[in-house]
Write a protein that binds this ligand. Structure first.
Ligand code: GUN
Ligand code: ZN
Length: 431
């Protein structure tokens, strides 16, 4: 017989974007005394504890967690696992940052042992920070992606990753060729795509480091295999944008470069998208493309303030990305705080509820995974977090006086960090 476990605590999850559907019950469900019933690693029931507890299959194990809050696992829609060691590299903006910090660090990942060691550390840190799914850049070395997927598979994590395609405008030691990038990506797709909970993302780094020929082959890969993602950077920094216009003089704008190569679409995720013209916004929306909003990185690298309202107005699925190492933390709570602060500067203040939506269901939608993760919908995979609102003396003191859910979520995202993540549960199992 399958084993069932019920977790009793406060429970919060989202059904829709709370900035669009503002009433309780439509956009989110919160059960102060709630329960989550898990069977075979999937969500079997979620609701008020009296309702769920009255309906338990015989032999269900009961876990009582008074004072704790259960939420779906956080989703990081854009992160570079090989960049952990360049975190907090100060003093420069994007293009100099890449040359000074990032490229030399990525060189080391041609060594499979080093790649495995960092992949293990990265995934352990994801789990301790409450990130249960991420869309991840490897490096140009295929072994960096083998190492990552192998570690993710052992942990039964739902992860998406890909090998960087990059055939120009970077140091020789990091360059591939259009043909090799195609062949290496294809071999990785055959080895890992759809294996367990893993998916592959075709990953041209960004327009300046790929020739037109390489971008065409990226598009060809997308057409040759079902269910692949496209993962790249878009319109992050003004100097980068000018450079793209010089390199692709026949394109209308940055989005058009990717469009001309068949790279827009419902499983295409564009990190940053900070500086877009109206036509670009429209094309992103009409193509069904997604955006990874990376507020921490956009602030740290001085890239700009993302316009979340434009993304919403154009119906563009948007999740949060830490963009480590351009971003400074793997913590989605910190990233929510950054998104909140950016929204204040833009005078378009988001609510804590909206921030938690972006880190959970919003991310799942941006990755087209809402039928699997991101909420406690029945049948979903049971990736969730036990949050401790009193994890530190300061939090314990402050949360004693919070009166509403909204206020509590605000305190957690502004004052919280990985200490708030008491447990991370993967497919019903404690990680
Ligand atoms: N654009 C191209 N490569 C990168 C990268 O590694 N990080 C960020 N933030 N932007 C990029
Ligand atoms: Zn990035």
């Amino acid at each position: 017989m399958s084993k069932s476990v019920v977790w009793r605590a406060s429970v919060l999850h989202f059904l829709a974007d709370p900035s669009q559907q503002s009433s309780y019950g439509e956009a989110w469900e919160f059960f102060e005394d709630g329960a989550l019933l898990i069977e075979d690693g999937h969500i079997k029931n979620c609701g008020p504890s009296d309702q769920v507890m009255n309906n338990l299959p015989s032999g269900t194990e009961i876990k009582n967690l008074p004072g704790k809050l259960l939420v779906p696992g956080f989703i990081d829609t854009h992160v570079h696992y090989p960049q952990l060691e360049v975190l907090a590299g100060c003093g420069v903006q994007l293009l100099d940052w890449l040359n000074q910090y990032t490229f030399p660090a990525e060189k080391k990942f041609s060594d499979p042992e080093y790649a495995s060691e960092v992949a293990r550390f990265f995934l352990d840190q994801c789990i301790s920070h409450g990130t249960t799914t991420a869309l991840v850049f490897g490096t140009v070395a295929p072994q960096s992606v083998d190492a990552f997927f192998s570690e993710a598979h052992q942990r039964n994590l739902r992860m998406i990753a890909g090998k960087v395609m990059m055939d120009r405008n970077a140091p020789d030691y990091l360059l591939d060729t259009p043909e090799n990038s195609y062949k290496d990506s294809k071999a990785l797709i055959n080895r890992w795509h759809d294996k367990g909970r893993l998916s592959y993302a075709v990953t041209p780094r960004f327009a300046p480091t790929s020739s037109s020929e390489q971008l065409k082959l990226a598009g060809q890969l997308l057409r040759e295999h079902d269910g692949l993602y496209l993962h790249t950077h878009l319109s992050e920094n003004p100097k980068e944008i000018d450079w793209v216009q010089e390199l692709f003089p026949d394109s209308k704008h940055y989005v058009d470069v990717y469009d001309q190569h068949g790279l827009l679409g419902p499983r295409s995720v564009f990190a940053h998208s900070v500086h877009l013209c109206d036509h670009s916004w429209q094309r992103m929306g009409s193509s069904g493309s997604s955006i990874a909003y990376c507020p921490g990185s956009n602030l740290f690298l001085g890239s700009g303030l993302f316009n979340l309202n434009k993304a919403k107005a154009h119906g563009i699925p948007t999740g949060l990305g830490t963009d480590v190492g351009g971003g400074t933390s793997l913590c989605l709570l910190n990233t929510m705080k950054d998104a909140y602060q950016v929204s204040q500067l833009r005078e378009e203040t988001i609510s804590p509820l909206q921030a938690f939506y972006l880190a959970t269901l919003g991310g799942a939608r941006a990755l087209h995974l809402e039928d699997k993760i991101g909420s406690f919908r029945k049948g979903n995979e049971a990736d969730f977090l036990v949050l401790n609102p009193a994890a530190t003396p300061m939090l314990e003191f402050r949360t004693k006086t919070t009166k509403t859910l909204e206020e509590l979520l605000g305190v957690l995202m502004v004052m919280g960090d990985d200490r708030v993540i008491e447990k991370t549960i993967i497919m019903g199992q404690e990680a």
